[in-house]
Design a protein around this ligand. Structure first.
Ligand code: NAD
Length: 456
């Protein structure tokens, strides 16, 4: 399988894909090794993951360079991702003992009732390419800490990073039969779905997630899916600093070239400030440097996948055909690499694909609304439910809107952010299950109830 640099379209490496035989062999090792890994104390497993985090720091520059070379994000954003992954690991290792130790729920002279958090067993993690370190860490770190063994399939667009993750986990002390990676794309993923894992943890698109969820359902084991979104953001008329809000929200839409699951995908602006906001937003977008992601100062690099450019062009064409106005961008940049101009569309409606389907690229539609009720109605007009954001000087006003929205995360005066301390979860087409927070640590366990009678 060739690894292509999206900044040039050229192959940078050739790696061997896994086969039916090789994934079976890896699975057998993980199955055989699980009991031994689970007998290590929680503290010793935590120490191993702490060493992994330290190694991410030691090798940060090389890891960031590889990530940029295989998926195109600007080098500073690649370094930010590795720092962000380390911050998540820190939270997990600091809180593992608190949330995974045995819990006495009631105790009397005669009876103790307690919960023991047992590992699921051998888990399968099929992952995405847009933040291979962040979304990977959400799963394999708590899974290993909880005593599971893990088959990790990095996306075919983040294979080099996946190979580095495996090498550093082993260097940190994770045994060979506690972690294995499966290399390849869809076909390799299919091979994994044929194997009897004790849990499936998927990060990727709604289409693939739904397919996997249905495919493994008969096994009656946990299947978590962290999927896409069409995340709305509403700017109220009471914000104090329109320029600051325009800059922050533009970053929320275009960071990582819009290839974030929680990227802002549609913006609604109160009519009283619409013109000023749009002016500031478009000026901000036009100020960005677009180009080779290894060059200093570049904010927009190439897209990770060439094919996504045609998806964006089709969304833009559909919008323009139905009356949208292109305020900036609107097309690919011809030449080497998978570049696309950051695009702002105005005069958009919910009859356009760009306001309903995940764009997952540097394209945003901005829509004028009359009041909070109209904004709320439009924000809810979606099958997805990952995040929603409100910018307002009034917490009460923001809270009223956010509490009515069926999404896993609400943001007041911020957007496009994830924290290890709180649950990360999608609703409806954005997925099922939770990572991060105490719930995300426990997602890799089966709670067993013990009723311990002290005397008859
Ligand atoms: P994708 O669905 O194309 O692929 C995801 C993974 O599934 C890859 O490893 C791929 O090889 C594998 N795969 C594809 N077909 C398969 C099959 N039939 N059987 C088994 N495995 C299969 O998604 P992607 O392009 O890698 O990621 C982008 C999507 O992921 C976006 O929709 C984005 O919003 C979403 N995402 C969500 C989160 C979240 O936390 N909610 C985080 C990151 C990305």
């Amino acid at each position: 399988m060739l690894i292509i640099n999206p900044a040039t379209g050229e192959a940078i490496r050739d790696v061997a894909e896994d086969t039916k035989e090789s994934v079976q062999k890896k699975f057998d090792r993980l199955k055989a090794g699980q009991a031994a890994w689970a007998t290590h104390s929680l503290a010793s497993r935590v120490n191993v993951l702490a060493r992994f985090s330290a190694l991410l720091d030691s090798y940060k520059d090389t890891l960031a360079a590889d990530l940029t070379a295989e998926m195109g994000k600007p080098l500073t954003q690649a370094r930010n991702e590795i720092n962000g992954a380390r911050a998540r690991i820190s939270w997990m290792i600091e809180n593992a003992e608190k949330f995974l130790s045995d819990e006495i729920m009631s105790e009397s002279d005669r009876m103790i009732e307690k919960i023991v958090y047992e590992p699921l067993g051998v888990i399968c993690n099929i992952s995405a390419w847009n933040y291979p370190y962040l979304v990977g860490v959400n799963v394999f770190v708590p899974a290993l800490i909880a005593g599971n063994t893990v088959m990790y399939k990095p996306s075919e667009y983040a294979t080099v990073s996946g190979i580095s993750i495996e090498r550093l986990l082993k260097e940190a002390g994770v045994p060979d039969d506690a972690f294995q990676i499966a290399i390849g794309g869809r076909a390799t993923g299919e091979l994994l779905l044929d194997l009897p894992f004790d849990g499936y943890f998927f990060t990727g698109s709604y289409q693939t997630g739904k397919y996997i969820y249905e495919r493994v359902a008969p096994r009656m084991v946990p299947c978590q899916c962290e999927l896409g979104g069409k995340d709305p953001l509403y700017v109220c008329d009471d914000i104090a600093d329109i320029h600051a809000v325009a800059a922050a929200t533009a970053d929320g839409a275009f960071y990582n070239n819009g290839q974030s699951c929680c990227a802002v995908e549609r913006i609604y602006v109160h009519e009283k400030i619409y013109d000023a906001y749009v002016d500031a937003f478009v000026n901000e977008v036009k100020s960005w440097k677009v180009g080779n992601p290894t060059e200093p100062g570049v904010y927009i690099g190439p897209l990770a996948r060439d094919a996504q450019r045609a998806v964006l062009e089709a969304q833009i064409q559909d919008a323009v055909d139905k009356g949208a106005i292109i305020a900036c961008g609107g097309s690919r940049i011809e030449g080497k690499g998978y570049y696309f101009r950051p695009t702002v569309l105005l005069n958009v409606t919910h009859g356009m694909r760009v306001m309903r389907e995940e764009s997952f690229g540097p394209v945003i539609g901005i829509m004028k609304v009359h009041d909070d009720e109209e904004a709320l109605w439009l924000m809810q007009d979606t099958e997805y439910g990952l995040t929603a954001s409100v910018y307002s000087d009034s917490e009460q006003r923001a809270h009223r809107i956010l509490s009515a929205i069926d999404a896993g995360t609400g943001y007041w005066n911020c957007c496009d952010r994830v924290s290890a301390a709180v649950p990360w979860s999608g609703r409806r087409h954005s997925g099922i299950g939770v990572t991060l927070s105490h719930a995300g640590l426990r997602a890799f366990t089966k709670p067993k109830a013990y009723h311990v009678k002290r005397s008859m």
